[in-house]
Design a protein around this ligand. Sequence first.
Ligand SMILES: *Cc1c(COP(=O)(O)O)cnc(C)c1O
Length: 392
Amino acid sequence: MKSQTKFETLAIRNQLERSQFAEHSVPLYLTSSFVFEEAEHMRAAFAEEEERNIYSRFSNPNNTEFVNKICALEAGEAGYAFASGMAAIFSTFAALLQSGDHVLSCRSVFGSTHALFTKYFPKWGIETTYFDANHLDSLADLVKPNTKILYAETPTNPALDILDLEVLSTFAKKHHLLLLIDNCFATPYLQQPLKWGADLVIHSATKLIDGQGRVLGGVVAGKEDLVREIYLFARNTGPALSPFHAWVLSKSLETLALRVDRHCENALALATRLQKHPGIQQLKYPFLESHPQYALAKKQMKAGGNIIAIELKGGITAGRKFLDALQLCSLSANLGDSRTIATHPASTTHSKLSEADRMEVGISNGLIRISVGLEHEEDIYQDLFQALDKTL
Ligand SMILES: *Cc1c(COP(=O)(O)O)cnc(C)c1O
């Protein structure tokens, strides 16, 4: 594809070459292995002298197509697709870190990423220090001689803090750290961390990339030498994405721009209308002027995303009442689905943490996270509004 080819076109047209059957839409290649005509071809493929598919744990045409699309959309040199976002995050760290290394991560990270840092990495002699998303100036005090990776999500989940990608990248370069960004909430359509200087970008493709709550998937893209290490780790340890899921996700990318545009339009309209409701203490959405990092969000994101964070005046009780009053919106652990989803972290995903620990990661008792879907904005509004009324 030409270098000036636009996002939407790349997401649709950057596909595998047609087979002998001249199919228009790329078919599904459900095969665990690939066959060779001669011993010499097989030797050359294993020696990586010839680029050929060998075994679907290493590569498969559908996975290659999905990865190529992500690389085109994220401006990545190379990539690899995983069975889930967590498989991508774990394999990336496992491939790049050694025992004795130190990770500097933004405090507010996805729950299972937090578990990796606090429960599993210490077993392997890897230490993590958290920094506060709103105090990047504290980074210099936290970096150590053995710090290897600077890690962040932006926007963060569920507090919706925005981290300055340019500042993080300058800091990482100065201290010779690898900058890894979990770009799940923004998708490559809204924000491209590699263009701001990140070394690798990671996605849970389960969320907005699939966008219809069907499959799990994950992907890493970025610098070729780093992806090579990750690929070799994955090739030997086996967290590969199923070709079927890769096929679904390649089709999903064809409509990513269209879907995310509507997700963001709905979310901005709802955030604007709901913020005045008397049951709400505070409402956060990156593209509302009331967001503390509104200017930064505008600088590095094309639109505000599909997540709204609402702080209810009535705390835990109001949170539970709100969820029970919803009629259209779903109570579900997913996000980025075509169906609007509401969650109350304090009574569900983060109920095992102490209140003090929850506060540390920005989860107050009355926090509701809304993943705005693709239903008509008025219908979502009516449902959220009547449920908010019940909290009064
Ligand atoms: C969901 C999520 C993940 C994990 O992805 P899975 O596909 O569920 O394994 C990682 N990071 C963020 C920000 C997420 O929302």
